[in-house]
Design a protein around this ligand. Structure first.
Ligand SMILES: *Cc1c(COP(=O)(O)O)cnc(C)c1O
Length: 480
């Protein structure tokens, strides 16, 4: 755009110079830079956005459910580097070239919305949260103050309120974070702050040896949080689990007493609702009893399993969750809000989150604004700029209603039950036949163990299991 301007020309002293309507005559030059010229070519930009949106629609959204499309055009890193033009050069590239690049990016990326894409976290494509993501990307808000994000802050408040209702608390507080791991860190830090409020000013100096308890099947973010927060991974006490992966409450109580005897300071128990590998739900009621007896903060990592709260049929898995002090819950898992969408919820009406995390930056969180500054919730966060993640969940909730979300959960759990049955079938067949098993999955899960006489029905059964297994794959991924 600078071509339109006479960069060399002296700035004359006439009144045109003051006008902000750009014209060749009125260029305001400072340090050789034209200040009142357009910074980008809006027309070209708009056209590029339009064409890129069409590309996204055609190549990503419309192909998302097409099983004839590949999940991924896989290339090893060195080969992919050759195929993609990754170099950033001194001069920019024209729009048609950029669109080619966009096409390549889509082509070689994994289609996480594809019905045959299997990975942890993902459950399919939710069109409504996708639109919410498009909108927030376009609006580019930051949910720190009401003046910058009036709508998104109110949306976050409404979503948190509803999630709190589902947990069963009369009141509470919360914040959306970039990930369940981060929510867990927030909770541990919050519990420690409650245990020893001086820590905010004084730091770790002078603290006793703090120790936290969680099950041996907990998410690895517990260890990360302990090291990040200066607690130390050796001060995470892993409590034994039963055969199904649930924390054994008696073991927990023993460990708490033992730690006290050793002079350590227990301050928190983290129960898991939906463990990462086995999907186990810790017995919250019994754990809450122990926490009460020993005055420990109870955090429930329901990052995955929290969504079961939306199902009247399955919410009993989290029985006792209303007794927790804090809960981490990721709607971006079973409920399919886009990544990331993760809430930390806290049973509190004393502004504990804000007390613990606020820094009261006077340039941002002024107390004399022209509106109710309690809506400037950004100071509850350790972030400054923050994405409006609650909005994705809100759109989905609006589109499906609570009943639709409940159906989503019931369906996911029914599918996993049917899938488990198929694996069981293959497993048991495998165990009772001398034939080489047909299923590579079963081979991985359990090497051949010939232990019975060969019978035609037993050799036939594995293939039956295999067929059911493929059917289950299909069901699992036919969304809605
Ligand atoms: C997924 C999960 C996490 C981590 O959540 P991220 O959003 O991936 O950080 C933590 N705990 C449990 C139990 C989980 O299932």
């Amino acid at each position: 755009m600078s071509g339109d301007w006479d960069r060399q020309g002296p700035v004359d002293g006439d009144t045109d110079q003051q006008e902000m309507i750009p014209s060749k005559k009125s260029a305001v030059l400072v340090d050789g830079v034209v200040l009142n010229g357009p910074t980008t070519d809006a027309k070209a930009g708009e056209k590029f956005v339009e064409e890129a949106c069409r590309l996204i629609m055609e190549e990503v959204v419309l192909k998302a459910t097409d099983v004839n499309e590949k999940v991924c055009e896989w290339r090893p890193p060195e080969q992919l580097k050759q195929l993609l033009d990754l170099e950033m050069r001194d001069s920019g590239e024209p729009p048609h070239r950029l669109l080619e690049l966009c096409r390549d990016v889509i082509r070689y990326s994994v289609k996480t919305n594809h019905p045959r894409f299997f990975n942890q976290l993902y459950a399919g494509l939710d069109y409504y949260s996708l639109v919410a993501r498009f909108m927030t990307e376009a609006l580019n808000p930051s949910v720190y103050t009401y003046e910058v994000s009036p709508v998104f802050l109110l949306v976050e408040e409404a979503v948190l309120k509803k999630m709190i209702e589902f947990i069963g608390w009369k009141e509470g507080d919360g914040i959306f974070n970039p990930g369940g791991s981060v929510s867990n860190m927030y909770a541990i830090n919050l519990a420690r702050y409650k245990y020893h409020p001086d820590i905010k000013e004084k730091g770790l100096f002078g603290l006793p040896r703090l120790i936290l308890f969680t099950s041996a099947e907990c998410h690895y973010s517990m260890k990360k949080a302990a090291s990040f927060l200066g607690i130390g991974t050796e001060n995470v006490c892993f409590v034994e689990t039963d055969g199904r992966g649930k924390m054994i409450p008696e073991e927990l109580e023993k460990k708490v007493c033992q730690a006290r005897k050793e002079g350590a300071a227990p301050f928190l128990v983290c129960a898991t609702s939906g463990t990462t590998v086995l999907g186990a739900f810790d017995p919250l009621d019994e754990i809450a009893d122990i926490c009460e007896r020993h005055s420990l903060w109870l955090h429930v990592d329901a990052s995955w399993g929290g969504s079961a709260l939306m199902s009247r049929k399955h919410r009993k898995l989290l029985h006792g969750i209303h007794r927790a002090d804090s809960v981490a819950w990721n709607p971006h898992k079973m409920l399919m809000a886009g990544i990331q969408c993760c809430a930390l919820l806290v049973k509190d009406n004393s502004d504990l989150l804000k007390e613990c995390y606020s820094a009261k930056a006077s340039y941002l969180f002024q107390q004399d604004k022209f509106y109710d500054v309690s809506y400037d919730t950004g100071d509850k966060s350790i972030q400054c700029s923050r994405r409006p993640d609650a909005f994705k969940f809100w759109m989905t909730w609006k589109a499906l209603g609570t009943l639709g979300l409940e159906e989503r959960v019931n369906r996911a759990l029914a599918l996993s039950r049917s899938f488990r049955f198929c694996i069981f079938l293959i497993f048991s067949c495998h165990c009772h036949t001398r034939s080489v098993c047909l299923s590579p999955l079963a081979m991985i899960l359990r090497p051949p163990q010939p232990c019975g006489p060969v019978s035609p029905i037993k050799t036939f059964l594995p293939s039956l299991g295999y067929i059911s297994l493929s059917a289950a794959w299909k069901w699992t991924n036919t969304v809605n």
